[in-house]
Design a protein around this ligand. Structure first.
Ligand code: C5P
Length: 286
């Protein structure tokens, strides 16, 4: 029986850049949630190794050895010695290089799927180390739960995840280079997140996010790709939107809504105005 693992879109509700490390990576303080949409990774025992990519966003990447799914597989095989041939299918629904996890979520889903296939624990510290070596966002995608995340992405403190809300994910179809965005930062020593209050409703969550948090990568990403500003303004103009912000290093932005129905209503209007943008309503929790 094939194993299917969801690679859900990661959304940075907040992303504070609070320092630069000697190795050139940035110290971050983030709030992360996962949408109920994403890619999926299907694993099945086979006679020979095989890897195919399908889905509406398959055109954006190639199935070569650099693909994060195959890098995750190689790392897992080195770690565990389980080298049985596998056929792997990546169904790509999220835009590539767009600030919502994408390749990191695919790598994490691959690792989770391999653990399920061989009945191994996905909580092994060696697996977390492998995940971090694949990318700073891979450990949080492996955990797959809403969290406050610090360091470069390896310190993960899950939140309760009891408050659900609607999201509208909007990508204008431009790829943004993550290193270029970090490089264009005006400051690297911004204040960290304050301590988190209890969130009983979406109003309180969105008020806290608006008043006390930021995405520090938004300004440099907008400088590089001004269309990100158009997306944020279009989201903020919708009457149902409680917060409009960029995720990760962009270019995907999100609106926060009371529920998925409100997000979908705003999405209909945006789709009519911007037929070329990728626009997806979703539900998430924090
Ligand atoms: O770890 P990952 O490959 O996803 O990171 C991509 C690039 O983003 C890094 O090469 C680095 O330039 C930048 N980055 C950073 N600080 C982080 C995460 C990523 O400077 N915490």
């Amino acid at each position: 029986m094939p194993i299917v693992e969801e690679a859900r879109a990661k959304v940075n509700l907040a992303l504070h850049v609070i320092g630069l490390r000697p190795d050139g990576y940035h110290d971050l303080d983030m709030l992360v949630a996962f949408a109920d949409i994403g890619d999926s990774v299907t694993l099945a025992a086979s006679d020979t190794d095989g890897f195919v990519i399908d889905g509406p966003m398959a055109g954006g990447l190639s199935a070569d050895a650099d693909n994060l799914v195959l890098r995750a597989l190689r790392g897992f095989r080195e770690l565990t010695g389980r080298t049985e041939p596998l056929s792997i299918r990546l169904t790509k629904r999220l835009p590539v290089a767009s600030g919502i996890g994408g390749g990191s979520a695919d790598a994490a889903a691959t690792l989770r799927g391999l653990c399920r296939l061989y009945a191994l624990s996905a909580n092994d510290p060696a697996l977390a180390e492998l995940a971090l070596s694949l990318g700073a966002d891979v450990p949080m995608c492996l955990a797959g739960r809403p969290a406050r995340v610090a360091g470069i992405g390896e310190r993960i403190a899950p939140t309760r995840g009891q408050l659900s809300f609607g999201l509208l994910l909007v990508n204008p179809g431009v790829g943004v280079s993550t290193p270029a965005v970090f490089k264009a930062l005006a400051r690297r020593d911004n204040p960290p997140l304050p301590s988190l209050p209890a969130f009983d409703d979406v109003e309180r969550l969105s008020a806290f996010l608006t008043d006390a948090t930021r995405n520090d990568l938004e300004a440099p990403a907008r400088d590089i790709s001004p269309v990100i500003g158009d997306v944020l303004e279009a989201l903020a103009r919708q009457p149902e939107t409680k917060l409009a912000r960029m995720s990760g290093s962009g270019a995907t932005c999100f609106g926060l809504f009371g529920d998925m129905a409100a997000a979908a209503r705003a999405g209909e209007r945006l789709m009519a105005d911007h037929p070329g943008w990728w626009i997806e309503p979703a539900t998430a929790a924090f």
